[in-house]
Ligand binder design. Structure first.
Ligand code: GDP
Length: 296
């Protein structure tokens, strides 16, 4: 279910409820069940939806509704606040400072859009006057270095990698050292993804992280992975200290729910979203406008 549809379903559920002559518990429950269905279809994790339902029931006072207050507004506001709460882990992510070297490590499964996102992140900062650099520590996938090299060249961003070295930790460390010497202030380490969550991948991430000591680890997630989002995000969080999330492929058939799950699983904020294959199809993520759009 795409965002617009989700907003439509929720708006319809609220509309139906406010059309009812008497708002009693039954009518409110029906409305909340509709909303629950819409959120589940948008891939918000079941547990999160249940919690949200309970919270809304606590907040929304039936007596207020019966007294003829604007029911629609009260419920909509409660849903808005609950969704914002899920998306706001309560502490901002590490923010790099221009002119001071920061190491940013990207993690995520193969195909999540990690390499593309590394370049987008570098390009976004370069346009704002930063000196970014890209390190390809993916020695697992043949062609990974070429892809990063191609992207980096297009964006005129310095890059580091190797066709022959098979140790990702070594490349990561050498790359970071090289760019620190060159006074780059945003050293971005792209890592291997593999096809699925597997022990070897997480062990590799742990080693690269330990060796490069990143200021921030960003978990990149494909928005179309559906209900798998929570477990996947949690699995990465358990091996490296994920501090921020970027959700890709929010264009097309993007599902919004996975973003909520990733935040809940990593207790880290979404900082950007990817909205296309091109380098500049990248947006800063803001909780409130996102939720407004979600609710239609
Ligand atoms: P990686 O294996 O995680 O490094 O993933 P890639 O960066 O190679 O991306 C996998 C595919 O997803 C590529 O075809 C990218 O062009 C595409 N992609 C990445 N981000 C986005 C996005 O935000 N929107 C769309 N439509 N495609 C994306």
């Amino acid at each position: 279910m795409v965002l617009a549809q989700l907003g439509g379903s929720i708006s319809r559920a609220i509309q139906q409820m406010s059309n009812a002559t008497i708002i009693d518990e039954k009518v409110l429950n029906e409305c909340l069940n509709e909303i629950t269905r819409a959120l589940l279809q948008a891939d918000v994790q079941f547990k999160l939806v249940r919690e949200m339902q309970t919270n809304i029931k606590k907040i929304v006072n039936l007596d207020d509704l019966a007294a003829g207050h604007n029911k629609r507004r009260i419920i909509q506001q409660a849903i808005f606040n609950e969704l914002c709460k899920i998306l706001d882990p309560g502490k901002p992510s590490f923010t790099p400072k221009k002119g001071k070297p920061s190491v940013i490590m990207f993690v995520g499964l193969q195909g999540s859009g990690k390499t593309t996102t590394c370049t987008k992140y570098a390009y976004y900062h370069q346009k704002k006057g930063w000196k970014p650099a890209l390190v390809c520590a993916d020695t697992f996938r043949a062609g990974a270095f070429d892809q990063l090299k191609q992207n980096a060249t297009k964006a005129k961003i310095p890059f580091y990698g190797s066709y022959t070295e098979s140790d990702p930790v070594r490349i990561a460390v050498e790359g970071v050292e090289t760019f620190k010497k060159e006074n780059c202030d945003l050293i971005i380490v792209d890592t291997s993804g593999r096809h699925k969550q597997e022990a070897a991948l997480f062990e590799e991430m742990r080693q690269v992280s330990e060796a490069t000591n990143p200021d921030l680890v960003i978990f990149v997630m494909d928005s179309s992975i559906g209900q798998a989002a929570f477990d996947q995000a949690q699995a990465f969080k358990q091996s490296v200290s994920v501090g921020a999330v970027i959700v890709t492929k929010m264009d097309g058939h993007a599902k919004g729910g996975g973003a909520l799950s990733a935040v809940a699983a990593t207790k880290s904020p979404v900082i950007f979203i990817g909205t296309g294959e091109h380098m500049d199809e990248f947006e800063v993520f803001d909780v409130k406008p996102f939720v407004s759009r979600l609710l239609g």
